[in-house]
Ligand binder design. Structure first.
Ligand code: NAD
Length: 505
């Protein structure tokens, strides 16, 4: 039996639970169907065959979940941080114990390759450990002194929060948002993406089996326009942590305005990787290729605009094109696969439409640019490189969200900076140069929330994560997450009998 055949057999076993029972909601510690009994079909992007049905939650289900989260809040918030820490560590252990199941289900649900998803569970577990370790100090504040006054600040959890996640790497992103909320003492209603809900079901089960009290974490499956919208409008939900498209963020802000929701948005990107001629070009090429062609290019931090100094533009883009052509497309469960199918036929059509657009706009397709003929059934597209592009083209301005890279030449540092900043987005930037002074100068002026110099994206969890411009509002990571999920209170104590103004005698 080949590795793929044996992995397919394992995937069948892991998915068999969904043959009889749909992917249910979890409310107040109970696995429940949608209140009107509705379900929707989950199709694998590998072969467009159904793999499960999910409960189709709507406003009534969100209301039940929000009430359950509200009822569980006081006890969870009052639990000593050390006890929340212990529970979060048990969740991490349980995630690791089911790492293979999580990876296989995620691959079949999203089309992501096993070589990347096999680490998703470990990354998810690490999120629980990292924020769990900080739970005992989450409430800590400062004391601020002035003449005649001592001020004490402390933080307390904001209340039940809504977490809305997208379909790209759903398991990892769910843990990234939910772990800090729980560590802070918030209770949660999670609405995962309708295109990839299966690993969220595993995650909430794992958490409760590991000892998370009932109602602390609730899950409602459903679509953005009903379940998602109801969550953002619910009066008992105090904040929304959202990861998704910029235009959905705009809608959520409108929807949440009546109840004055606190929002944290991690949105889209069109991130530049800027390569100067003095860089280590082999490493720069490997990093650029990794950041656009790993995870099917369906990652918010992907380096989707390649800005290359004119003198090396032809040789560098030729190097990238060669690498792109050698990338192996295949079944996500094949251990050798790098690129699997995109999430859905609608997204596949969107990505394919940019191949025609590139030709119309006058760019050259230096690699890929079509649906691979050997994979006619699933949502596959070839890793693609557009050269001879200009930054004003739509292929350089719009988030394609697939394995598609647009390469643009620049004259000098000033030109590179102007091109890099000429976008509505500002999530990440990647800079390749051996000139350290330039690296400081350039990264200072580059409009992005996160910049890596001479590196691909490697996350250090205490650092801030988030974007500027249309790429987001707020920061995650380290203590920044607690600022979002907690309220800060200041109490001022008089330390002397200061003069109080006397009004009215
Ligand atoms: P999306 O915005 O279409 O959907 C995300 C979630 O929002 C889904 O759960 C969806 O059901 C829900 N939703 C949709 N409409 C809603 C509404 N009116 N009210 C409430 N919820 C609603 O995004 P997607 O297509 O699933 O994901 C891809 C996008 O996510 C890309 O733009 C990508 O850049 C972005 N993303 C950003 C980051 C980051 O950290 N900045 C990380 C991952 C993905």
């Amino acid at each position: 039996m080949s590795a793929l055949e044996s992995n397919l057999e394992k995937a069948r076993q892991y998915l068999a639970r969904f043959d009889q029972t749909p992917c249910l909601n979890q409310i107040g510690g109970e696995a429940v169907a949608a209140s009107d009994g509705a379900t929707f079909e989950i199709v694998s992007p590998v072969d467009l065959k159904p793999i499960a049905r999910a409960a189709h939650g709507k406003a009534a289900d969100i209301d039940r979940a929000a009430k359950a989260a509200k009822a569980a809040f006081a006890d969870w918030a009052a639990l000593p941080g050390a006890e929340r820490k212990a529970i979060l560590h048990r969740i991490a252990d349980a995630i690791v114990a089911r790492a293979e199941e999580i990876a296989f289900v995620e691959c079949m649900d999203t089309g992501q390759a096993l070589r990347f998803m096999s680490k998703a569970a470990l990354r998810g577990a690490e999120n629980f450990r990292f924020f769990g370790d900080r739970a005992p100090q989450a409430a800590d504040g400062q004391t601020l002194h002035t003449a005649g006054q001592v001020n004490m600040t402390k933080r307390s959890p904001i209340g039940p929060v809504g977490i809305i996640t997208p379909w790209n790497t759903p398991f990892m992103l769910s843990t990234w948002k939910i772990a800090p909320a729980l560590a802070a003492g918030c209770t949660v209603v999670h609405k995962p993406a309708e295109l990839s809900p299966l690993s969220a079901r595993l995650l909430v089960e794992i958490a409760e089996e590991a000892g998370l009290p009932k109602g602390v974490w609730n899950l409602v499956n459903g679509f953005g326009e009903d379940a998602g919208k109801a969550l953002t409008e619910h009066p008992d939900i105090k904040a929304i942590g959202f990861v998704g498209e910029s235009r959905t963020g705009q809608m959520i802000m409108r929807q949440g305005s009546e109840t004055l929701k606190r929002v944290h948005f991690e949105l889209g990107g069109k991130n530049p990787v800027v390569v100067f001629a003095d860089a280590d070009l082999e490493r720069a090429a490997d990093a650029a290729v990794f950041m656009i062609y790993s995870l099917n290019g369906e990652r918010c931090t992907s380096s989707s605009r390649l800005l290359v100094e004119e003198s090396i533009y032809d040789s560098f883009t030729a190097k990238v094109a060669e690498k792109a052509k050698r990338i192996k497309i295949g079944h996500p469960l094949d251990p050798d696969t790098t690129i699997g199918p995109l999430i859905h036929t609608v997204h596949e059509e969107k990505v394919l439409s940019y191949f025609d657009l590139a030709r119309q706009e006058g760019a050259t397709i230096a690699a890929g640019g079509r649906k691979p003929p050997e994979f006619p059934d699933g949502c596959y597209v070839e890793p693609t490189l557009f050269t001879n592009a200009r930054n004003s083209m739509r292929i350089a301005q719009e988030e394609i969200f697939g394995p598609v890279l647009t390469a643009i030449p620049f004259r000098d540092e000033a030109d590179a900076l102007a091109l890099a900043n000429d976008t509505q987005y500002g999530l990440t930037g990647y800079l390749w140069t051996s000139d350290v002074t330039r690296a400081f100068r350039f990264s200072d002026a580059l409009e992005a929330g996160m910049i890596w110099v001479n590196s691909e994206n490697t996350r250090h969890l205490p650092t801030p994560f988030g974007g500027v411009k249309n790429s987001g509002i707020g920061r995650d990571g380290g203590d920044w997450s607690f600022d979002f999920y907690m309220e800060t209170k200041n109490v001022a104590f008089a330390t002397s009998a200061h003069r109080i103004p006397k009004l009215g005698g």
